[in-house]
Each structure stands twice: as structure tokens, then as C-alpha cells.
Design a protein around this ligand. Sequence first.
Ligand SMILES: Cc1cc2nc3c(=O)[nH]c(=O)nc-3n(C[C@H](O)[C@H](O)[C@H](O)COP(=O)(O)OP(=O)(O)OC[C@H]3O[C@@H](n4cnc5c(N)ncnc54)[C@H](O)[C@@H]3O)c2cc1C
Length: 357
Amino acid sequence: MKIRFNTEDDFAQRIEGFIQENVSLATYNTFRFDYSAEYFAIAETLDSLRDLLAWAKLNHKTVTMIGGGSNLLISDHVLGLVIINKLSGINVREHSGNLVNLTVAAGENWHQVVQFAVENGWYGIENLALIPGTAGAAPVQNIGAYGVEIKDVLSRVQVINKDTGDVYWINGRDCGFAYRDSHFKGQWKDVLLITSIELSLKKQADFQLGYGGLSDRMDGIPDLQSVFNTVCRVRNEKLPDPAVLANSGSFFKNPIISQKQHAELKLRFPDLVSFPFEEGFKLAAGWLIDRAGWKGAHFQGVGVYEKQALVLVNYSENDASALLELEDKIKQSVYEKYGVSLEREPVQLPVVTEIVE
Ligand SMILES: Cc1cc2nc3c(=O)[nH]c(=O)nc-3n(C[C@H](O)[C@H](O)[C@H](O)COP(=O)(O)OP(=O)(O)OC[C@H]3O[C@@H](n4cnc5c(N)ncnc54)[C@H](O)[C@@H]3O)c2cc1C
């Protein structure tokens, strides 16, 4: 499927009716920073998305897609066309054995997809309940929680090429999934948008209860609904609801360090929280920040959440400058105390290009 490059007036009139200029993005990011999009549109169908891409190409505008805005750090006005993803629809294919395939349009709310699976008795994504945002953004950073990542159940991803308008499927195993990472965050970032995802779920139980104290929090024999309820309860206890207190979830990734560095740190900090990971260890970034004295800190109108030091919150700021300053202070103090560099998890918009002297 190709973009129809139609320069006739009817195309221009039709598409320009959908595009607004200079629109505030404050309600389109969960940090609620108030920057504007130069051009702004909402895509509800694949056809309208294709037309918007054609308009952007004709007018030499870059395209940025936003889903729920729950993994974004918008720190300036965004040039070009910002498209809010509202593509909707879920399609179910039940197979005779243990398998069921869900094809989910990218603009569907992720938590509602999890609820839908749980209500129907399909296993595989219950640990990913209450993660805000859209289904289409879930593969971008390979969302994960309580020992499960979306890559574990993601069979295919449907994409549209921003430049050519081609729509096609990519196998999950070719998407470069890693801890909070994928090609959609890297080499495909400027080229592909996700329009749909296909999940491969099971009809029989296969629980992952070994992480985050889930099994200790369950009463009786676990079933799908009780696992889902427990995940929701635990998350509600320790994470702020962005509708109440502006935040973007974990602000830093859990750092991965070598066995040697881990052994040295463990000697200095015997209660260090860490997990074996691939060749080395993953550290709990929240623990590092907490023990460096930041939990509950306030800085200008932003701060570190009082119940979970991994989450930075925005109490009152309209712009991101105080948060960026707080981020630097935390990174510096963690590095000075442990020799560990923290990496930001949310995606910064507009993309900041480092100037090499
Ligand atoms: C309270 C809270 C708790 C959270 N807990 C977790 C957690 O447990 N685990 C976890 O992994 N994450 C967590 N997150 C982060 C966030 O919810 C996820 O990363 C989510 O997948 C982001 O979805 P979104 O639609 O809001 O994406 P956005 O924030 O809108 O976009 C994120 C990035 O993806 C790009 N993007 C969005 N849609 C598309 C698309 N269709 N195609 C291509 N690129 C796209 C955007 O351009 C941007 O670069 C949490 C966030 C909050 C606020």
C-alpha cells in the first residue's frame, strides 16, 4: 500500500481540515509539560494516518507519533507534525490447541487489552496490567513488569513506513528486543510507525510469580483474575496515578553492571539490591537513588516520589527545566556514591542532538 501523492486541491482541503497549528501538548503527556506541536492531528484510521504522512512529506515536515504520552519527556516545542494515535480495533483468532492470537490496533489502551484478555481467560499479559499507554507503543521500549516483557508474547508487529506509506508485518524476533529497548527506539525510530500488534496468548495457565514479591501477596491458589488483581494492587500501592500526580513511571532504567563491579559494590553495600542478568547483574535503580538520599525530595516544582525513588514527579511546573536539573543532580550523586551511571527511560522530545566539537 503506497501513499497516494495527490497534489490536487481536494486532497489538500480534505487533509488540512484535520490538521491544527500550534496546539498545546500538555494533555498529551503524563508529565503535563506545556509545550506545543507546530502541527497536530489525530489519526483514527490507517487511511487517515496514510494521508497525514503524505501531507507531511509534501510539506517537508517531520512526523512524531504520540500514544498515551506516558513515556515522554517533552522539553521544548515540537516542530513538524505530531500525530496522536487513536487507531482502534481488536481481532481474535482462536486456535484449536492452547493458542489464541489477538490482533490489536496500535491506538488501543494497553491496560484495557490486558483486561480483555483476562476476562476471556487468556494467559500471558496479566503481569503487564496497569501499564499506561497504547498497545502500539508497548513494543517501542519492550514494556516489562514482574518478570514478563511484551516480547514474550508478541508474534508480529504491523508497521507503516513514514516515507513510502508501505504497510507490512515484522516478526517479533526481528525487532531487536532487549531490556527496555527495541529497533523502534533505535535504527527504525525515524522510519517506521507501529499500526498494529499481534499477541500470542495461551488458554492454559503459565504464571510468572517469582518477581516483585507477587507470590507472597497472593491468597490461596493463583488464578488469572487473582494474579491480575494482585498486580494492580501492588502497582497502585507504590506508583502514582498520572491522572492525580504527573509522572512518567520509572524515570531511570535499572543499570546493568559486570560481575566484577557487582562484587566490589556488594562488599561496600552488603544490602545492595541486584539480580543476575545475562553475563552480569541488574541493579535496582530505585534502591541506589533512595540510599543516595533522594526519596521524597522536592526541587522547585518537581521531585522524587515519596514511595518509589525511581519515579520523578511534576507537582506544578509547566516546563521541563527543573526536572532536567533534578535528573542531573540525581545522576551525579549516584555516580559519586556507587560509580554507576544512570540512563533515562522516557523518550525526550524533541530529540536532542549532541553537538560533537
Ligand atoms: C505510572 C506509570 C507506570 C509505568 N510502568 C511501566 C512498567 O511497569 N513497565 C514499562 O515498561 N513501562 C512503564 N511505564 C512507561 C509507559 O507506560 C510505557 O512505556 C508505555 O508503553 C508508553 O506508551 P504510550 O502510548 O504512552 O507511549 P508514548 O509515551 O506516547 O510514546 C513513547 C515513545 O514511543 C513512540 N511511539 C508511540 N506510539 C508509537 C507507535 N505507534 N509507533 C512508533 N512509535 C511510537 C513515541 O514517539 C515515543 O518515542 C509506566 C508509565 C507510567 C506513567
